[in-house]
Design a protein around this ligand. Structure first.
Ligand SMILES: [Zn+2]
Ligand SMILES: [Zn+2]
Length: 396
């Protein structure tokens, strides 16, 4: 099986970079990846892929393997870009104003294409099944859920004859890490993402006669401060929790007491138990604090994605593979963050590992920045680690 995981040739690296640059020029937003889907279909057909299906709306899946074994591994890349106006000045910058691959998902798709090409050419030695998934709507579209609903994990997506997925790998380019560094911590590595809106209602009036009104601005300001006690006083200090109020809108004039304020924010957590407590804590604090100031609070709380948990055994396997992969200079086992990631839904269903591939360094622009750039030297490393992980998974 050595041909499967041999380091990429110069020609293969050039093709990988060419794919990535094409995708970078044509970014599409979550759940609108129509052109990306069409281009992937065309490129996969040219590579000789069979068993390709549209899954999860604008997503795609394909399958390799033989029926004798039920070992089945999912490999996943996300497809969507962000509503960001690119300011990198790159020759292959976005051709679509206001749209940019500012998170590196263009690189993820290119890497998975390179893996797919190898599987088509040299995958005959794999004793089992590989399901390759291009997932739409990672940045707020819950595209993973759409793919799962279309039967990606239980085989319904492939006319009912798809294998039942047993494990999963995915990668994310990560600009704070230098090229050569792979990170795969065991356990929770990315947070559950919740989203809330609080409407604080008081009684408007004259700015000089506060005793005749109930000021929604003062009530809402106290709500914002009181919410900080969720992380500091309610949650177990050993459980990471973030509560951020990201927007505060109310009032219309300097001499008018506002009747209504709308707060929007996000809460993040790792632990299942603490995550389940958050809606009740937040609702109670918002309502009781508003009431203490003569106002009311109406809370709309949505749990958006689950926390991303790497299976400890799968993370250990990936770490061993990475350590033996050419180009990898260090394997980190610690990196965790309170950002969310849709891959969490797959890893909630099957054991797996989502690993980070260094593509920058400490001075690099952060993901989602209009100046975000990927050091393309990271791409073949991401591919080689994934090919190694596939080979190892099937006992090669
Ligand atoms: Zn992102
Ligand atoms: Zn991303």
């Amino acid at each position: 099986m050595s041909a499967l995981f041999a380091p990429l040739s110069t020609a293969e690296i050039a093709e990988l970079v060419h794919w990535r640059r094409h995708l970078h020029q044509e970014p599409e937003l979550s759940l609108e990846e129509h052109d990306t889907q069409a281009w992937l279909l065309q490129t996969l057909a040219a590579l000789g892929a069979t068993d390709v299906r549209k899954v999860g709306g604008t997503g795609l899946a394909l399958h390799f393997g033989r029926g004798e074994t039920d070992r089945a591994l999912l490999l996943r890349a996300d497809m969507d870009a962000l509503p960001v106006d690119e300011q990198t000045g790159l020759a292959f910058a976005s051709r679509r104003p206001g749209h940019m691959h500012a998170c590196g998902h263009d690189g993820h798709m290119a890497c998975l294409l390179a893996v797919t090409k190898r599987l088509i050419a040299h995958g005959e030695a794999i004793a089992g099944h590989v399901i390759v998934a291009f997932q739409p709507g990672e940045e707020g579209g819950r595209g993973a859920v759409k793919m799962i609903e279309d039967g990606l994990l239980d085989g319904r997506w492939l006319d009912g004859r798809g294998p039942k997925v047993q494990a999963a790998y995915g990668l994310h380019l990560w600009s704070p890490l230098p090229v050569g560094v792979i990170s795969c911590a065991a356990g929770p590595t990315m947070a559950a993402v919740d989203d809330f809106t609080i409407v604080v209602r008081g009684r408007g009036g004259h700015g000089a006669l506060p005793h005749t009104a109930d000021d929604a601005i003062v009530a809402a300001a106290h709500v914002v401060v009181a919410l900080q006690s969720i992380a500091s006083r309610r949650a177990d200090p050993l459980e990471p929790v973030v509560v951020t109020v990201g927007s505060f809108h109310g009032g219309s004039a300097f001499n008018v007491i506002a009747e209504e304020v709308v707060l929007r924010g996000t809460a993040r957590s790792f632990g299942k138990a603490v995550g389940e407590e958050l809606p009740a804590w937040l609702t109670h604090i918002a309502q009781a604090t508003a009431q203490a100031h003569g106002a009311t609070a109406e809370v709309d709380y949505k749990r958006y994605t689950v926390a991303l948990r790497n299976d400890p055994a799968m993370a250990d396997r990936l770490a061993r593979v990475a350590q033996a992969t050419p180009g990898v200079t260090a394997v980190d086992r610690e990196l965790r963050m309170m950002a969310g990631e849709d891959m969490a839904f797959f890893l909630d269903a099957v054991p797996g590992c989502f690993y980070f591939v260094g593509c920058g360094g400490p001075q690099a622009e952060p993901h989602h920045s209009p100046r975000f750039v990927v050091d393309e030297a990271a791409l073949p490393i991401g591919v080689n680690v994934m090919l190694g992980a596939v080979t190892e998974f099937f006992g090669g």
